[in-house]
Write a protein that binds this ligand. Structure first.
Ligand code: K2U
Ligand code: ZN
Length: 168
């Protein structure tokens, strides 16, 4: 298995729109394994393929306390959003060190295939619901800082670029 490089905001590749997965083969299953390894190593609870510069509709998640309940969502589509919404603090592996409030549906239903092509629907609440919405935004090329004010977003962009320049 391999650790993958996670793109950092404001990399323009984070704004590419992912295309549907069509081949449920060993190459896809290796990518799933590498994304899970990368997510666990980065201590994230989710990771979208967009973030590792693979622009296919694929997300991995694990919101369990024990970090042993991986979920793979391929070609995910949210089929229902609860009317109830809540504003919660979000972070992102592509925007390290930045946390801010984003309003999301409290619960969602999502239909997706697993790495073998088996389609199912799951209902997510709480952190899992937030994570699903956050990750599916990534597949549409949207980063959570886009929900913030232009002033906050520009300050974050400046901070990220400064940190990347210093790390170079
Ligand atoms: O997409 C990512 O960068 C992974 C996020 C997913 C996430 C964002 C907001 C809320 C829930 C999940 C990372 O897991 S951000 C780090 C983190 C870890 C635990 C809880 C919240 C955020
Ligand atoms: Zn993210």
């Amino acid at each position: 298995m391999s650790l993958l490089n996670i793109l950092c905001y404001p990399d323009p590749r984070l704004h590419k729109v992912a295309v549907p997965v069509t081949e449920f083969d060993d190459k896809l299953r290796q990518l799933v394994a590498d994304m899970l390894e990368t997510m666990y190593k980065a201590e994230g609870v989710g990771l979208a393929a967009t973030q590792v510069n693979v622009h296919q509709r694929l997300v991995v998640m694990d919101t369990s306390e024990e970090r042993n309940q991986a979920i793979v969502l391929i070609n995910p589509e949210i089929t229902w959003y609860s009317e109830e919404r809540v504003k919660g603090e979000e972070g992102c592996l592509s925007v390290p060190g930045i946390y801010d409030g984003v309003e999301r549906a409290v619960a969602v239903r999502v239909q997706a295939a697993d790495e073998h092509g088996q389609v199912r629907e799951l209902e997510a609440k709480g952190l899992m619901a937030v994570c699903v919405q956050h990750e599916l935004d990534h597949l549409m090329g949207k980063v959570f800082v886009e929900y913030l004010s232009p002033l906050k977003r520009n300050r974050i962009k400046t901070k990220m670029l400064k940190a990347q320049k210093e790390a170079a």
